[in-house]
Design a protein. Structure first.
Length: 500
């Protein structure tokens, strides 16, 4: 597939943006200015101001001598970059690879995209028409290289299509500035009377290198395709991604569901062929008004089962606001893992940690209650209870050690032990009753103590004597006494967990 690139130039980016926000400025002369060495210097001038001789680089005081009622707006640092970033995201509806070209342009990798619009000319016309409808003045060009597209957008026709192999012919008629050269090189070319690329494009390379250095040849080779030039997209293209352009804008939840099912079918088929499954899926809906609606679903186990993934998105579709309509859907899988072949047989097996049904249930609960509502813990090789477990979001992660079998552990461990008031008959005896959060619990059964020492190589401190106790209602708790009865201070009691 031949490479095709699109360059978009916004000659009035900042002033167009101001007119979009304040339509009353459309036919008035105004400028954007910034302080420079004690003077206000114009950084951008509106089209009306330019028609009256005001251009970037002029001093505001001089400009007001020409136009007394000239309006001046303060320049916002970084505004151009923010605008180009937003426009770059908007262009993703036309190509997955879009990059900002500071200070006033965009670059798109349109390889394999134009046929969806019926050809390259209609493709460019659609982009140009939409941007102009928003209020931006633009020039746009498509070519087989970034350099040729950039040159044609700024120095060629307002909408230009340069067919592959015709870059040299197009560039020949343009000025040297079309090659993105340093101003010093341009000045040197001008002094020698080389006012068109055609005047030096056929010169011996050794002569050009000796007179102008390597940059001229490098830029010329980039524009002619002899040197590769890569785009740095604003958003890296996900390796697992599917796009679905809509012939007619989608306005209903039913239409969104149909689009999602088509995307999932294609994406899951590709994943299955590679032995992969997704852990996270992101659906992006690009609206006609330029806004992007986005919903996300996650799984506890890598999956490429379309029916299951559709269920995870069911209640999220209602959150997508189509407004005037959705023209493009993109489904991405940013988090992908291997899926073992034998895992597919688990769809019909009973419930276990390896069961797909369990993973599906966890996914649905997480989708409704939030991912933090689903918790799984693995044992760690530590004696101290707070260090003996770790949380994990994966069903496939394996523990480094086993759960203790000689002493039972509570199903719910408090993040931090909480103090309780205890009545105990004599040292080393279990308590008879305890008060926790204002409630009194009479203990009917007790087992213990189990002494757990601090891990001295990690932290110093007194030991704990743990008891499993059961109150009159049959509820079981994990209590411990911190320290000994002997000494100047009495021991303290804490509750640390709850049994089922």
């Amino acid at each position: 597939m031949a490479k095709r690139f699109v360059a978009i130039w916004f000659p009035h980016l900042l002033t167009d943006w101001l007119v979009i926000r304040r339509p009353e400025l459309q036919h008035l002369p105004f400028v954007v200015a910034a302080p420079d060495h004690g003077r206000l210097v114009i950084t951008a001038a509106s089209k009306t101001a330019q028609a009256q001789g005001i251009h970037a680089g002029a001093v505001v005081a001089d400009a007001r001598a020409l136009i007394p009622d000239l309006q001046v707006f303060n320049n916002r640092p970084g505004l151009a970059a923010q605008l180009l970033s937003a426009l770059c995201k908007w262009c993703i509806r036309f190509t997955p690879t879009a990059a900002a070209d500071l200070p006033d342009g965009l670059l798109l990798d349109a390889s394999g995209c134009a046929h969806l619009w019926g050809g390259e000319a209609p493709y460019l016309d659609d982009i140009a028409a939409r941007l102009k409808a928003y209020g931006y003045h633009i020039r746009i060009a498509m070519a087989g290289t970034i350099g040729a597209a950039w040159a044609a957008a700024r120095y060629g026709q307002p909408v230009s299509v340069i067919h592959s192999g015709h870059e040299a012919r197009t560039l020949s008629a343009l000025p040297p500035a079309a090659l993105r050269l340093d101003p010093l090189i341009l000045e040197r070319l001008q002094k020698l009377g080389l006012s068109r690329i055609s005047t030096f494009i056929e010169m011996p390379r050794a002569v050009l290198r000796r007179r102008f250095g390597p940059e001229l040849l490098y830029r010329l080779d980039q524009a002619l395709g002899r040197e590769d030039e890569a785009l740095q997209p604003l958003e890296p293209v996900q390796p697992w991604q599917e796009r679905l352009p809509c012939l007619e804008p989608i306005l209903t939840a039913t239409g969104i569901g149909i689009a999602l099912e088509r995307l999932l079918t294609v994406l899951c088929s590709s994943l299955q062929q590679k032995g992969k499954g997704l852990r996270t899926a992101v659906l992006k809906a690009y609206r006609l008004d330029g806004k992007i609606e986005q919903v996300q679903a996650g799984t506890h186990r890598a999956s490429h089962n379309v029916a299951h993934l559709l269920k995870l998105f069911e209640h999220k579709i209602a959150a997508i606001e189509p407004d005037l309509g959705i023209e493009l859907f993109i489904l991405e899988a940013p988090d992908v893992e291997d899926v073992a072949p034998q895992q597919e047989t688990l769809w019909t097996t009973g419930c276990s940690l390896e069961s797909i049904g369990l993973a599906q249930l966890a996914d649905r609960l997480a989708g409704k209650a939030g991912a933090p509502a689903i918790r799984r813990y693995l044992p760690l090789p530590h004696y101290w209870p707070e260090r003996s477990i770790q949380a994990t979001a994966s069903f496939t992660e394996k523990p480094v050690t086993g759960w203790p079998t000689d002493h039972p552990r509570p199903i719910q461990l408090l993040p931090r032990p909480e103090p309780v008031e205890v009545s105990a008959p004599i040292p080393d005896y279990p308590p008879m009753l305890f008060r926790y959060k204002g409630a009194l619990h009479n203990i009917k059964k007790a087992d213990g103590p189990e002494r757990i020492e601090q891990e001295w190589w990690l932290e110093a401190g007194p030991h704990r004597d743990y008891y499993i106790v059961e109150d009159e209602a049959g509820r079981r708790y994990w209590l411990f006494r911190l320290g000994h009865y002997s000494g100047s201070e009495p021991p303290r009691w804490f509750i640390h967990g709850f049994f089922a």
